[in-house]
Design a protein around this ligand. Sequence first.
Ligand code: NDP
Length: 256
Amino acid sequence: MYLEKLSLEGQTAVVTGAARGIGFAICEALAEAGSALVMTDIHADAVEDSAAALRKKGHSATALQLDVTDRDAVHRAASRIGDATDIDILVNNAGIAISNQPAETMSRDVWSKLIDVDLNGVFWCCQAFGVQMLQREKGAIVNIGSMSAKIVNRPQEQANYNASKAGVHHLTRSLAAEWAGRGLRVNTVAPTYIETEMNAYVYEDEDMHRHWIGGTPMQRMGRPDEVASVVHFLASDAASLMTGSEVLVDGGYCCW
Ligand code: NDP
């Protein structure tokens, strides 16, 4: 009974920012649990390559170019996918970081671009795919937030990123409360520093690397698969009583 709850057999999941990094690992985890995947990313070729890699392993994966900041495109995609199949799971993973931006000199563009992708994009996808799920009164949404919603990272200044992720966490609670009585669950996963291309620059900066690792009780960064496993759990029936939760996947970072 307990293992069965983790099965996603017969379900369909939509994942944003799926071409690489955490998004791709999430697709691998959901696919291994039996879900068909609709993998979306702003980069058409890259997401097609990633979907092809999963198909090669025998999984069902289709690719779709989608910019989460384009509200109309997101709604069109949700209708089109919803017409073709029932959408059971949505993972809002697409995100960017624009760090080392002192607040007092941050430009309008840097502030707005970050909020547009990391917060507005999550809302447009929740709204558009949420409509499809509400029609069936069934669905699990997992938003990728960050420990940056809880703490202020050091040493890099990134008020834009931190504020956007705090917004994602409270958006999650708001939608969870609105939709709990209509069959939808909405949760957030809040990772620590994960070894992806988003963080590749840290290896060239000894001081920053020392801050990040030194501030983590487990003394290491995380791997994409360690985030993906938690997303899988939250998307599955094993988490049937969970909604509005934020699950820290942070190697203990927020303990200190
Ligand atoms: P990556 O940059 O490795 O992958 C994200 C993918 O999303 C890229 O292909 C990226 O394209 C794409 N993307 C960017 N903008 C959009 C858009 N507007 N619409 C659709 N796709 C887009 O990121 P990570 O795997 O590292 O991060 C994934 C998520 O996890 C993000 O939300 C991030 O904030 C969060 N997170 C990451 C942590 C980390 O340490 N890596 C820690 C905590 C949270 P492009 O290459 O052009 O940007």
